[in-house]
Structures are given as C-alpha cells and as structure tokens.
Design a protein around this ligand. Structure first.
Ligand code: GDP
Length: 539
C-alpha cells in the first residue's frame, strides 16, 4: 500500500495517494537537544491520526503527557529505522533519520541530499552547538529550507532575543518568530501564536501539556489581562513589541530559498507546539523539489520513474546477508514489480519487494510517489549514489564521497582471512561506514574515516558481523585526495612520479595519499594541471 492508504484516503473522500502532498524532511540538531523526543512525538501525532476515530476533530481533545507515555509504551515505538513515514491531516511525512552522535558522518551528509527541508532543533539553554552548525552548513550547500524549533522552553533557557540573534549572526540567516514565548522556565505560561493570535497554554496556568488554545484579538486584547499575571503579561508584551519591530515578517519565498528560518518555541517533552511544528511543515515546507541531475534536473511531475540511492544498510537481518538500498523517488509513479534501469551498469532490475518503513513496521510498497523513500532489498548490486530510472538517460548528481580525515592501515591477525576481510571492507564501504583504499604498491588496505567514532563502529562491525580479528595501525599517510587531469598524459606522469603514494578507491579511481599537509600543499603547487579533490562524486 501507499503511505496514505490507511488514513488519508478515508479522510480525503476517496482521493488516492497520488493526491496526498509529501513532506520529506530530516531533523538536524546537536546531541541532547531533543531530536529523539521530538521524533517520537511527531510519530505519535501521525499514529494518532492513523487510528482515526480515537482522535476526533483537531483540538477537540488534546492529549496529555501521560497519554503520550502510555501510547509509547503500548505501541513500543522506537526509533530504529532510517526512514519513518507517517500521515497527518492527509499529508504524507517522510522523516529521514540522521545519526545522532557528535562525530561527523558521511551518512548524515548523504541523507540530507534526499530531503526537501529540515527542522533544526536547538536547546533553549544552549543555542547553536557544534553539530548543529555543521549540519546546517550542509543544508546551506543545497539551499535546504529550515524551520527552527527552540526546544525545552519549559526549563530555564536563554533570552529569546539572544537565541534568535545567535541564529541570525551565527548562521547568517534571517529569522522570523512564528510564536513568542510567554515567560520561560519556572515562569512559563505558554506560547503565543503570532499568525493566529492564539495562546497555547495549559489549564493549570503553567506546567503540563498544552491543553488549551485560546483565541485573542491580538497581543493587546484586554482578555489576556484577565488570565495572565500582570508581571508576566507586561514583560511578554514588551518583548513581543521589540520582536515584531526587530525581525522581518515571515516571507515564504525567502524560507524556501533557504535564506530565512521561521522559529517556533516549544517543548518536545511536554508536547508544547509540536502540533504547530507539524502544521508549519505542512503549510510552508516545500513539496518534493526538482533534483540536480545530468543532463538536466529532474522535476517531480515528470512521468517516468526516477530515483537515487542515498543510503545502503547491510545486515539488517543478521541471518541473511541482506542489504537494503534506500531509494528516494524523484519523479513518476512507482509500482511494485516495475523494471528499473541502473545508470551505472546499464542493467535493468525488477523491483519485486520494495518496502515502506513506518514507525513500528515495514510494509510492501505497492506504489510510491516523488518524495517517498522505498527500501529495495538486494545482494550488493545497488550502491550509494546509484540512479534508477524507467529507462531514462539520467544520472543524479551531488551525492559526494568526502575526503577522510583519519587514515589507518588495516592489520589482519589471521592472514588466512584476507578474502573475508576484503568482503567486509567492501560491504562496509558500500554502506558508507568507511572508505577503502588500496595502495598501488603493497597489499594492505587503508581505511579512511572522517571521525574517530566511525573507526570504532568499523572495528566492532568487522568483529561482530564478519568474525574477523582486525586492528588499525597508524598509516604512513595523513591526507587523501582524489586526483583528476584533463590531459591523460599529465595524469600518467603524475602517477608515475608518485607511485608510492598512489592508491585506488573502490571504483579504481586514482587517489593521492600525502604523508602530511606540507607534502600535500607542495604537491598541489607543483602540479597545477592536476586537480586535487576533497570529495568525489559517486559515478
Ligand atoms: P537527542 O540526543 O537530541 O535525541 O535528545 P533526546 O530526545 O534524547 O533528549 C535529551 C534529553 O533532554 C532527554 O533527557 C529528554 O528527556 C530531555 N528533553 C527533550 N526535550 C525536552 C523538553 O522539551 N524539555 C525538557 N525539560 N527536557 C527535554
């Protein structure tokens, strides 16, 4: 079935999944900011709607914190999947998970190539942190529009102006609050929705979930004075006035172009403004966008089916050496059993068992639409960066390999296991856990990673999944660069001169390995006709 099958078709009067808008997005944040909590809440909203009947008209019965916790327990919701699809108000949301750890990960970067927008979660007490900034930079490279969720307003946080100014100056992004907090921490009364003039608050004054949404005429409405203690209200009005004067109005185009971020204040834990966040995503976030490709970009309304693989996960089921390739559909109407052509090899494959990933279950995907993510089980034919299409001569671009920052030589304790090691390294390289390089001279493998944690993951997976005892030693190299040249003769000269420093990547692409940055810079200077690249686009 298609993701909208259960909920939207009933609600939307027999319209088919094709009519349901898609929002394909990721959450970017620093560890501990609340990404997991927010994800769970978003999924619960989705599920709540899918169990139509339990939840009636919107706002009729607001769920309390304990309701949520009960639902979480009884349904065993956990976030283990790389893709989570849910429906809400007739819209299909595809949430792509980015690994949460602090280490830079290539996987995260590639996942962001498959989304149309992102939510940036910031801890109200901490502001912009290192990992958020890195992920933001990736979004900026692709002009991915961002909605900001300032989380944990139930706790003592920083001044809202300070937070907004930090986003504005730190990320060079215009900010526009969609809501304004009324007090914070112990003095927290709720958030005021600037677009609807509703105050989201709890009936107990402060604390507890937002069980009330009260309509006012505007922030000066005298009815506010009847409900809110004077000192809270006057501080709120004063700061709101400053905010309205100081920040530009929401400009949908500037947001979609990636120049402006609308800001929502809330709390994932206490379910403050999570619904509003979903609404903002539904109303403002872009539908599936055209994707960069050669010879020309692919638009979602094109008839032929196209998509690209942004992630491969091996060994999801330890009993079978299965692999799931995650395909982002970019155009056309995909149907199960369809034959798709792999651009890299020119081969055609029939996709018989495509999978949709929901919060707790997987289902066969009978049909899917642009913006959707399907998992394709395969035995290693599909790789990250692959384009699949209904016979079209097209290749998606912009899914990079990154120059590793840490290089290590792989030490194999049992030389009889060399073949298995090769297999393990190739598998894991395919998943993007590591990069592998084979020096032209010598027989040892060099692995390249971008963070220490990635090395640990690699070691433990080689041991657990392939039963190989291997270690990592310092490699005689510090930097790796992909090399290109317009003139093949020049490339040949370069390779001959640097035989001892040359290696090949998995696709036999030439890579120059430098012992240190001095040598690298020197070589770059000495060989102006050779291009040295920190990333290699997957062919
Ligand atoms: P992640 O590392 O970004 O996935 O963060 P988590 O969702 O695991 O949250 C980190 C910690 O912050 C957990 O202890 C959460 O319970 C807590 N937390 C998350 N959201 C909120 C919130 O809105 N208010 C408060 N007070 N705590 C929160």
């Amino acid at each position: 079935m298609a993701p909208t099958g259960k909920a939207a078709s009933g609600q939307r009067n027999g319209e088919t999944a094709a009519d349901a808008p898609r929002r394909t997005f990721a959450i970017i944040s620093h560890p501990d900011a609340g990404k997991t909590t927010l994800t769970e809440k978003l999924l619960l909203f989705g599920d709540a709607i899918r169990l139509a009947g339990q939840v009636r008209a919107r706002g009729e019965r607001r769920r309390t914190q304990s309701d949520w916790m009960e639902m979480e327990r009884s349904r065993g919701i956990s976030i283990t999947s790389s893709v989570m699809t849910f429906d809400h108000d007739g819209i299909v949301f595809n949430l792509l998970d980015t690994p949460g750890h602090e280490d830079f990960s290539e996987d995260t970067y590639r996942t962001l190539t498959a989304v149309d927008s992102a939510i940036m979660v910031i801890d109200a007490a901490k502001g912009i942190e290192a990992q958020t900034r890195k992920l933001f930079e990736v979004c900026r490279l692709r002009n991915i529009p961002i909605i900001t969720f300032v989380n944990k307003v139930d706790r003592e946080g920083r001044d809202p102006f300070e937070l907004l100014d930090e986003i504005e100056s730190g990320l060079a992004l215009d900010v526009t609050p969609l809501m304004w907090p009324m007090g914070m921490g112990g003095q927290f009364y709720g958030v005021y929705d600037l677009q609807t003039n509703q105050l989201l608050t709890s009936d107990r004054g402060r604390g507890g979930a937002f069980s009330q949404r009260i309509q006012f005429e505007g922030p000066d409405d005298p009815k506010l004075d009847e409900r809110i203690p004077e000192h809270i209200l006057s501080a709120f009005r004063e700061s709101l006035e400053l905010a309205l004067a100081g920040y530009p109005e929401f400009d949908p185009k500037a947001y979609r172009d990636g120049h402006m971020t609308p800001v929502i204040f809330g709390s994932a834990l206490y379910d403050y403004a999570v619904d509003e966040l979903l609404q903002a995503l539904a109303t403002h976030a872009p539908a599936p966008r055209p994707q960069p490709a050669e010879p020309t970009e692919v638009r979602p309304e094109e008839d032929r089916v196209t998509g690209f693989v942004f992630k491969v996960q091996a060994n999801m089921d330890p009993n079978h050496r299965d692999r799931i390739a995650f395909l982002r559909l970019c155009s056309g109407r995909f149907q199960r059993g369809m034959k798709l052509r792999q651009a890299r090899s020119g081969k055609t494959m029939a996709v018989h068992n495509p999978i949709f990933f929901f919060a707790q279950e997987r289902e066969l995907a009978e049909e899917a639409f642009p913006g959707d993510i399907i998992g394709i089980p395969n035995h290693g034919t599909l790789r990250v960066g692959d384009t699949l299409s209904e016979g079209a001569e097209v290749r998606f671009t912009g899914i990079p390999n990154f120059a590793p920052e840490i290089l290590r030589r792989v030490r194999l304790d049992d030389p009889m296991r060399a073949k298995q090691l090769r297999r393990a390294l190739e598998d894991l390289a395919e998943e993007g856990v590591t990069q592998v390089f084979r020096p032209l001279l010598g027989s040892e493998w060099i692995v390249g990673v971008v963070g220490q944690l990635q090395l640990e993951v690699l070691a433990s997976r080689i041991a657990a999944e392939y039963k190989i005892a291997a270690g990592f030693e310092t490699a005689p190299y510090e930097a790796a660069r992909w090399v290109t040249a317009e003139d093949p003769a020049e490339m040949k000269r370069f390779q001959e001169r640097h035989r001892a420093s040359m290696a090949e990547d998995r696709d036999s692409g030439p890579v120059f390995m430098a012992r240190n940055s001095w040598e690298l810079n020197r070589t770059i200077q000495d060989w102006p006709k050779i291009g040295f690249h920190k990333t290699r686009e997957r062919a």
